[in-house]
Design a binder for this molecule. Sequence first.
Ligand code: CAA
Length: 240
Amino acid sequence: MARVAIVTGGTRGIGEAISLALKDQGVRVAANYAGNDEKARAFTERNGIAAFKWDVGDFAACAAGVKRVEEELGPVEILVNNAGITRDATLHKMTAEMWDEVIRINLGGCFNMAHACYPGMRSRRWGRIVNIGSINGQAGQYGQVNYAAAKSGIHGFTKALAQEGARSGVTVNAVAPGYIDTDMVAAVPPEVLEKIVAKIPVGRLGQASEIARGVAFLCSEEAGFVTGSTLSINGGQHMY
Ligand code: CAA
């Protein structure tokens, strides 16, 4: 029987590549999304993967969304917390709303989704949770105190839950992408992005599929002894 996965933010960018990589691995995937119905419909038509709409920053919506997926596809055994947003500004220009929104979605989303999925994994004694962190959570980034704090929080969350889940066969790991060729990175001002790319030893942006391969490995049967780890995929930009 194929395992069932939820990929949050799974219809676009890195999330779409993860949904596809898991599908290729024989997993039945539910791709969560929050906003863009049209893009989600196109994603389902393109890839034959069901899309489910809810806001990962909303605790009750996550519980209801996971219930819906379980009714349609079966118990969720793999969770990829990928959904994330940026609201970049230097601290003196950042509003409380920009702070709250990023913490609520990027970090709160991991708690809300794990809270809905982890008890079932624990009772069935098998589970895989992969949280998408960031190079900017490891190293910090100018103009991103909110995003860096949320992503850094994800790395701590991962190590804490890994300790709790280990005895129940639930592994919890993080993947920390560097700068990947997605809409999110395309929103960085070109002159800023040029300077960032100049500091990447591999000399280019990463591809979403290069992140997805790492996530798919951590979700596989063979990765049962890997837990609490962070896989950095960043072209050598930060060796951590
Ligand atoms: N270090 C030191 N100084 C810096 C700097 C840096 N990294 N970046 C900018 N500065 C300087 C600028 O040179 C400028 O100095 P001068 O006034 O002396 O010329 C000053 O800081 C002000 O910078 P800006 O004009 O850029 O300020 P702004 O308010 O217009 O914009 C910003 C600030 C929105 C943060 C903009 O710099 C920006 O978008 N930076 C990119 C942030 C970034 O990398 N985001 C990542 C998004 S992708 C992602 O997050 C995915 C992932 O996980 C990797």
